[in-house]
Design a protein around this ligand. Structure first.
Ligand code: FAD
Length: 177
């Protein structure tokens, strides 16, 4: 094995094909051509898979090919906005990040969700489903909300989160398999 070789990635890039005023019939942009994500989140292939399912459903629901490409492109919007906004919300607040063409969203109001997820496997699994299923629904379930509320009520501070500091090895009980 040779020495590690660094390479540069342009960061997250969202192209709003669905907002084109006019479009070539039969043209659909998918995968990184629509949303190329910061690879640190490991979401790009999952997004492409969700788009493929949306495309399948749009084709199945269509009796007419006229405008079909536009309907398919539009069907990606909710997923793409969700993933793009959540990545942007995290990335935008690193000092080295530059943002073009979008408003910087406010940082999360509290770190309680992340703090709860480091201590409670059910919250951690719900967050994982959110970050790879691209819907907030798993976190809105009553059981998860109750667990997060209990964590808030405990008023224990969230552990400091500094990406430059390697956390100590986990010393608790492993997650059930
Ligand atoms: C370092 C890194 C780590 C990642 N880790 C993860 C992960 O853990 N989990 C995850 O889900 N996603 C991850 N991703 C993202 C994932 O790789 C992409 O989202 C996914 O590959 C996008 O698929 P795609 O088909 O849209 O594009 P690509 O996989 O990039 O395919 C595009 C293809 O088109 C070809 N091509 C380009 N230009 C031309 C041309 N002019 N003519 C002909 N062919 C052309 C390219 O050679 C390439 O083969 C990672 C990405 C990177 C860079």
């Amino acid at each position: 094995m040779g020495d590690p070789k660094p390479f540069k990635i342009r960061g997250t890039r969202r192209l709003r094909w669905e907002d084109m005023a006019s479009r070539p019939e039969g043209f659909v942009a998918i995968g990184d051509a629509v949303l190329a994500l910061n690879p640190i989140y490991g979401q790009g292939m999952s997004v492409a898979a969700v788009e493929a399912l949306a495309m399948r459903d749009a084709i199945a629901a269509s009796d007419d090919v006229a405008g079909l490409a536009g309907r398919i492109q539009e069907s990606f919007r909710t997923t793409l906005d969700f993933v793009f906004d959540s990545g942007l919300r995290s990335d935008a607040h690193y000092p080295a990040t530059t943002v073009h063409g979008v408003e910087v969203p406010l940082p999360p109001k509290s770190r309680v969700l992340g703090a709860a997820a480091t201590e409670d496997w059910k919250v951690a699994v719900a967050m994982r489903y959110v970050s790879h299923g691209f819907s907030a629904e798993p976190l809105q379930r009553p059981e998860i909300q109750a667990r997060v509320r209990a964590r808030m009520a405990s008023k224990r501070p969230a552990r400091p989160h500094d990406p430059a500091v390697i956390p100590k090895p986990f010393a608790g009980t492993p997650l059930p398999r």
